[in-house]
Each structure stands twice: as structure tokens, then as C-alpha cells.
Design a protein around this ligand. Structure first.
Ligand code: GDP
Ligand code: MG
Length: 181
């Protein structure tokens, strides 16, 4: 195959959600294959890189932007959102307040970042810590309806602890980003 047929895409992807929901743990698990056991709320922005070979002629360099410390303000600055092409909103299935905050996070993204054609960036919802059983949260149907209403492309029950569904969620988001190329 000729070199000019090869594509290498750089995608900036945001990971937002309330403090303590597992954003850093999910990123570490996905990128480094380890679970972070310590709670570390540093101040600042950090990003991790993962290279994905999505097909024989397309490589995606995925930049996952973590936030730390600023979550407590419930929104981020435009600088942080600048040029992002996708996002994850994370909540903790054991803390209802973090689920309520999902709406705020989604609206903040929708108000501050757009694709070059002016459309919204694809956003995937992560219901994290699914290893901690919760009775009576939401049914699959309720979550599906919630996502449709809120404009999420999809949602996944994830666990950074058990490494569950993280890759699936990332692949889903990347597919949605690719479709908009
Ligand atoms: P962040 O503030 O959103 O970055 O959250 P952290 O990644 O720092 O995680 C907060 C706490 O939740 C830490 O003690 C993690 O070990 C724990 N944690 C994160 N993900 C999971 C998970 O999937 N299951 C369980 N049981 N604990 C988790
Ligand atoms: Mg963190």
C-alpha cells in the first residue's frame, strides 16, 4: 500500500465527571493496564496517550484528557475543551449525586465545544464502579431512554477495578468520531 493511503489521526478526547467517580482510574486502566488504588486529587490537567490501529490504513492517536481538582466547579474552561472531538462523562453508580451531575457536564460540553462543521461532539456515558452492586439503580431501558434524551451516543457499565467495558466504551466513541471525519 502506498504511503499516501495511510492516515494517522490525532483525537483529543475529554474525560469529565464529578470528583471521585473514577476518571483517573479508568484512564490508567485503559492506557497502562493498571488500577489506581490511591485517591489522588491533584490540581491540573493531565493527558494520556493511546495508539489504536483501527484498520489497516488508519492509526488513531488518542489523547485522553483527565481533569483533577477542577471538577468541583462543575464545569471547565473553553481552553480545556478546545479542539476536542469526543468526550466521556463518568458517574459513580453508588453515588446518585454524581449521576445528577451528568446533565450539567453534558450541557457544559454541548455549550463549549463544536466540531468544525458546527455539530456537537459525540459523548459516551460511563456508569462506573459497576463491580459495586447497586440495587434498584436504573433499568437498561430507562438508561437507554435517558441517553437518547440527553444526546449521548451510548452508555456502558464500566469498572476500572475489574477492567470491564472500558475498551468497548472507547471503541464505541472512536467509531463515532471516525464516522464524522
Ligand atoms: P476521579 O476523581 O474521578 O479521577 O476518581 P479516581 O480515579 O481517583 O477514583 C476515586 C476512587 O474510586 C479511588 O479510590 C479508586 O480506587 C476508586 N475507583 C475507581 N474506579 C473504580 C471502580 O470501577 N470500582 C471500584 N470499586 N472503585 C473504583
Ligand atoms: Mg482524578
Amino acid at each position: 500500500m502506498a504511503d499516501e493511503d495511510m492516515r494517522e489521526l490525532l483525537y483529543k478526547v475529554l474525560v469529565v465527571g464529578d470528583s471521585g467517580v473514577g476518571k483517573t482510574s479508568l484512564i490508567k486502566r485503559y492506557v497502562h493496564g493498571v488500577a489506581s488504588d490511591k485517591y489522588k486529587a491533584t490540581i491540573g490537567v493531565d493527558f494520556a496517550l493511546k495508539v489504536l490501529q483501527v484498520n489497516e490504513n488508519t492509526t488513531v492517536r488518542l489523547q485522553l484528557w483527565d481533569i483533577a481538582g477542577q471538577e468541583r466547579f462543575g464545569s471547565m474552561t473553553r481552553v480545556y475543551y478546545k479542539e476536542a472531538v469526543g468526550a466521556f462523562v463518568v458517574f459513580d453508580v453508588t453515588r446518585l449525586d454524581t449521576f445528577k451531575a451528568v446533565k450539567t457536564w453534558k450541557e457544559d460540553i454541548d455549550a463549549k465545544v463544536f466540531l468544525p462543521d458546527g455539530s456537537k461532539i459525540p459523548v459516551v456515558l460511563m456508569a462506573n464502579k459497576c463491580d459495586l452492586a447497586v440495587e434498584g439503580f436504573r433499568t437498561q431501558e430507562e438508561m437507554q431512554e435517558y441517553c437518547a434524551n440527553m444526546g449521548f451516543v451510548s452508555w456502558f457499565e464500566t469498572s476500572a477495578k475489574l477492567n470491564k467495558n472500558i475498551e468497548e466504551a472507547v471503541n464505541c466513541l472512536v467509531q463515532n468520531i471516525l464516522e464524522k471525519e
